[in-house]
Design a binder for this molecule. Structure first.
Ligand SMILES: [Mg+2]
Length: 155
């Protein structure tokens, strides 16, 4: 089974929150506020954030399952965003965070995600971002072709 993360993969929350800044590490802050606090202060950011270039890679699939960590007060906004942008049938599994995501993955599964702190990357296709470039992983996606290859191999 293939699972796809939302934030940092198909939705650009950082752009929605901060505009065009280079987010160089996971705990990045602007004016002393991280991404979570910035969004909690203004959850409409979740709806207004633009898609990334990878959203269009989904259009050839019949169905997609998102595996995404969303705070309880974010869920309805994220559902609104997914309804607005995802052109195919989708299902969203809401998790509490990376540990919860990892627990759901079994042999043969792959999760396309951008998070640099998973315990193991054996079932992760890491989407290349400046904040995860320092880690060495078995599978890194650096462009749309790479994304499509992972979809073809697992979907
Ligand atoms: Mg993410």
């Amino acid at each position: 089974m293939i699972y796809i993360d939302v934030d940092g993969v198909i939705r650009d929350l950082c752009f929605g929150a901060w505009g065009n800044v280079e987010v160089t590490h996971w705990d990045f802050e602007v004016n002393g506020k991280g991404i979570v606090d910035t969004i909690d202060a203004n959850p409409e950011i979740l709806v207004k954030s633009p898609p990334t270039e990878y959203l269009e890679c989904l259009s050839g699939l019949d169905h997609v399952i998102f595996l995404t960590a969303q705070r309880p007060n974010w869920i309805e906004f994220t559902h609104r965003w997914l309804k607005m942008y995802v052109p195919i049938q989708w299902q969203a599994i809401i998790t509490r965070g990376p540990d919860d995501k990892e627990r759901r993955l079994v042999d043969g599964d792959i999760l396309i995600d951008d998070y640099p702190g998973f315990k193991s990357f054996d079932r992760i296709a890491l989407l290349d971002r400046p904040y995860n470039r320092h880690i060495d992983v078995p599978l890194r996606i650096t462009d749309k072709n790479g994304f499509m290859e992972v979809l073809r191999a697992y979907a």
